[in-house]
Design a protein around this ligand. Structure first.
Ligand SMILES: Cc1ncc(C[n+]2csc(CCOP(=O)(O)OP(=O)(O)O)c2C)c(N)n1
Ligand SMILES: [Mg+2]
Length: 818
């Protein structure tokens, strides 16, 4: 289907000039009378109080880290503490207008934001709701602790609760908001709209964009803020996130009723430093950070520089920007000027900055200046303001005592599989919401009509049927996608060329006609943002399929796959789920950057399920399985196989729904003399080798298709090896450090007594992938398998090798590093 966005050459070639929009800098003008009326005295004072909470909380951590003691309580905190002393007004001003429906994501320096947003939520929620939240969270364990040292109102209790839950998390305790699995840099508390903070600089930008996308697609109230540092403006994924959030299609192609662009505000907490590098003047060239908005869209992202040393200026900006976001006119960029008096971390000697500069900012200290403002305008006297300090210190002493005590606040027991179970809760859910899935066609009128009518098995009496009239691997994937799209109203899919093109390899052909834009859309060529937005969408509660055209592009999304997608279920202690399937394809014929198999790289990262079907039956059954689960899956597909029908599983690809059993390899051929285990499309070359071994050498080979890389049940393989005593492993991944070596090592240990020879590994050469015409010298061929068996396991009578597979060759290649 074409989109009707036509580009007129006359218009495109016309002489003209772009005029850039003005970007307001620190435009807020204080008017104490108006402010008194707008906020009311109580709230104005509360903002001061909240700033003191943050200042004292961070000061406590600073002392604990540097001196090992605070108010006489000793503690040795081993983990990190990136403090925001000096940045309090920016956090408090931001949170003032936010409700618990509004979400903030943050950085390694976000303790202050957690407290500010939580204090704002506590002020807004009623006692019943607060009690409900605290009772339910983590089986009420943190609440039970806090009740013991708290008196007073429910709100007072809730404040202690937030301080304790955050500190216990920082100290890595089971009563922490994420059972200590996140710690200082990842702590969060979702019930108050405080979403994950991120130790990867800029990591929150694309995740928060995905959370905003979730809000739009699922019609949820509220906006989303990504709090990231000024130095994160140098990060590719941050730019990608802005591109993703600003796409025209939200307004040009999506149903108006969806509401326009995702409501995302990129808030740069601009403290003018990375660790020691200075974005303004040294490592970047923007001059004023807010300028970057000009490059993104005609609205210049409604960018502004805001005075983050005045909480009222920040509150005003957030209120105005919130309106823009709710109207669907985002994204927004805020350059919130602030400064940290504390070092990057407590061990920072501040060698990179002038004492004089710190002192000058201290003269502007927002606590002092805002305190003056309250006094000058008769909102509070010195005694009231000082009273906060005393009260907060007293609370923190109790909170620290409880959090520091191993008796009151134990660590998670790592007996059994506590952390493993957090990584993979192994849950399966038909749908993640109960509403009717939004579709454009009844299922019966979709392309399923065509695929269902095709032959479901590729052979008739052993003869291949025409491929065009038989369901292929690609179509099997399409059927699985259709099933879940029509079951789960939250499910969406996006990636490059996903919609009209149907995905670069046509897997989604037919989905365009069936689904509205907001459920299937083209993304920018922004692999990091594709995966990052999918992570944000999934952890917000929606099911999502993201696609990277080639697995060779995983490098572009490395952080999002390896540190975000893989980690958030367990770092959140299962407060969050990750129903995200990342489809990636393994290519061939396209040279060094498009023809690699990177399963081993993904297999190495804890927290990811990894699948690689090699037949059409498995393509559907395994994608069905992945799409019903709520754990993150990297789903490898083979470009060699997209056009192939099922030829191995009798009966072919069922029309009806079915799943392949998690982690179970498939026995493709039974035999008694030898076992060949493969990953991916190498299977078919292994079957050819098995045929030749039978014909020429009367050897009966058992052929096993691994299918699942993680989790993987070795039973089938071990049973086979016990029977045959000989095993060759083969895949198209370059041999060095490939997953085959992990398998070889495990098989050697699990079946040592049964092996008659070494476990042989046959991978692709450890070269760049050469041109298509030379690929046969790169990827394992049938002959390589037979020669390897002959040279390393079992001499085949009369066999003449055509390739070099002897053990001396292993030595030679390793010596040369090739
Ligand atoms: C991707 C990545 N690169 C580098 C680091 C190491 N690092 C941690 S914080 C930091 C500086 C970040 O500066 P900014 O984004 O301005 O945040 P700030 O520390 O000023 O709050 C660096 C380089 C990291 N955590 N992640
Ligand atoms: Mg900074």
């Amino acid at each position: 289907m074409t989109k009707l966005i036509t580009i007129d050459p006359t218009e495109a070639r016309k002489k003209s000039a772009l005029k850039s929009k003005e970007i307001p800098l620190n435009s807020y003008i204080s008017d104490p009378k108006k402010e008194a009326k707008k906020y009311g005295q109580q709230n104005l004072i509360c903002m001061y109080r909240d700033m003191v909470y943050i200042r004292e909380f961070e000061t406590m951590l600073d002392r604990i880290k540097k001196e090992g003691t605070y108010e006489g309580i000793e503690y040795n905190h081993k983990g990190p503490a990136h403090l925001s002393i000096g940045q309090e007004a920016a956090a408090v001003g931001q949170s003032y207008h936010l409700t618990p429906d509004d979400l903030i994501f943050g950085s390694h320096r976000s303790h202050g934001e957690i407290l500010a947003k939580s204090l704002s939520a506590i002020a807004k929620l009623g006692d019943d709701e607060l009690t409900r939240v605290m009772e339910r969270y983590m089986g009420s364990a943190p609440l039970r602790v806090v009740e013991k040292f708290s008196q007073g109102s429910i709100k007072d209790l809730a404040i202690n609760y937030i301080l304790y839950g955050t500190l216990a998390e920082i100290f890595g305790r089971e009563n922490g908001f994420n059972k200590g699995m996140g710690g200082s840099m990842h702590a969060f508390f979702a019930p108050f709209g405080v979403m994950p903070n991120n130790a990867i600089v800029g990591g929150s930008a694309d995740i928060a964009t995905g959370a905003a996308l979730f809000k739009r697609v699922n019609r949820k109230p509220g906006i989303v803020i990504a709090n990231i540092g000024d130095a994160s403006m140098g990060c590719g994924p941050v730019w990608e996130a802005m591109m993703f959030a600003a796409m025209d299609q939200y307004r040009t192609l999506w149903d108006k009723e969806i509401g326009g662009n995702p409501p995302i505000l990129f808030n740069f907490m601009n403290n003018f430093y990375g660790m020691g590098g200075q974005p303004q003047g040294e490592t970047m060239a923007f001059g004023v950070l807010a300028r970057v908005g000009l490059g993104v869209n005609p609205e210049a992202m409604h960018a502004e520089r805001v005075d983050g040393y005045n909480p009222l200026a920040v509150a005003d900006a957030i209120e105005r920007k919130r309106q823009i976001l709710q109207e669907g006119h985002g994204p927004v960029l805020l350059d919130t000027v602030t400064y940290r008096f504390s070092g990057h971390s407590p061990s920072d000697a501040s060698a990179y900055r002038d004492k004089d500069e710190i002192e000058r900012w201290q003269q502007h200290d927002s606590l002092v200046s805002y305190g003056h403002y309250l006094k000058e305008n008769d909102h509070a006297d010195e005694v009231t303001l000082e009273g906060f300090q005393a009260d907060i210190t007293e609370r923190l002493v109790k909170v620290l005592q409880a959090a520091a005590s191993l008796e009151i606040s134990p660590r998670v027991s790592i007996q059994g599989e506590a952390i493993g179970d957090m990584m993979f809760p192994n849950q399966f859910k038909e749908r993640l919401a109960e509403s009717e899935p939004e579709v454009l066609l009844p299922k019966e009128e979709s392309r399923l009509k065509t695929t269902y009518a095709k032959h479901r098995f590729g052979l008739e009496n052993g003869t291949p049927l025409p491929k065009l009239r038989t369901v292929t691997y690609a179509e099997a994937l399409y059927e699985a996608m259709m099933h879940r799209f029509y079951e789960d109203p939250t499910m969406i899919a996006f990636g490059e060329e996903n919609r009209d093109w149907g995905g670069a390899f046509g897997v989604y052909r037919g989905l365009t006609e069936a689904l509205p834009y907001h459920r299937l859309f083209n993304s920018p060529i922004s692999e990091a943002a594709i995966v990052g937005a999918a992570v944000g969408y999934a952890l917000s509660g929606g099911r999502v399929v993201a696609e990277l055209m080639y697995n060779d592009f995983l490098g572009r999304a490395g952080d999002e796959v390896f540190n975000q997608m893989a980690k958030w279920q367990s770092m959140s202690a299962n407060v969050l789920q990750m129903p995200l399937v990342l489809r990636v394809s393994v290519g061939s014929k396209y040279g060094a950057q498009h023809s690699q198999d990177w399963t081993s790289i993904v297999a190495h990262i804890p927290g990811l399920k990894v699948m690689f079907p090699a037949t059409a039956y498995d393509a559907k059954g395994m994608l069905n399985l992945a799409l019903r689960g709520t754990d993150p899956v990297v789903f490898f597909e083979s470009q060699r196989l997209y056009a192939e029908p099922e030829t191995l599983v009798e009966g072919g690809v069922p029309v009806d729904y079915y799943e392949v059993k998690m982690g179970e390899p498939a026995l493709r051929r039974t035999g008694s003399d030898l076992t060949i285990v493969t990953i991916g499309a190498t299977l078919y070359r292994a079957l050819e080798a098995a045929d030749e071994l039978a014909e020429k050498y009367h050897l009966s080979s058992e052929v096993i298709d691994t299918r699942f890389i993680n989790p993987l049940n070795y039973e089938t393989i071990i049973q086979s090896v016990k029977k045959t005593g000989k095993v060759v492993l083969a895949s198209d991944a370059s041999e060095r450090a490939s997953f085959l070596h992990t398998m070889a090592s495990n098989i050697s240990q699990l079946a040592f007594d049964y092996l008659d020879g070494p476990v042989a590994v046959v991978g692709a050469r450890n070269w760049i992938t050469p041109p298509a015409e030379l690929e046969e010298s790169f990827f394992p061929q049938k002959e390589w398998l037979i020669d390897t068996i002959h040279e390393r396991i079992l001499p085949l009578p009369g066999h003449q090798v055509s390739t070099v597979q002897a053990t001396s060759e292993i030595l030679r290649r390793n010596r040369l590093g090739i």
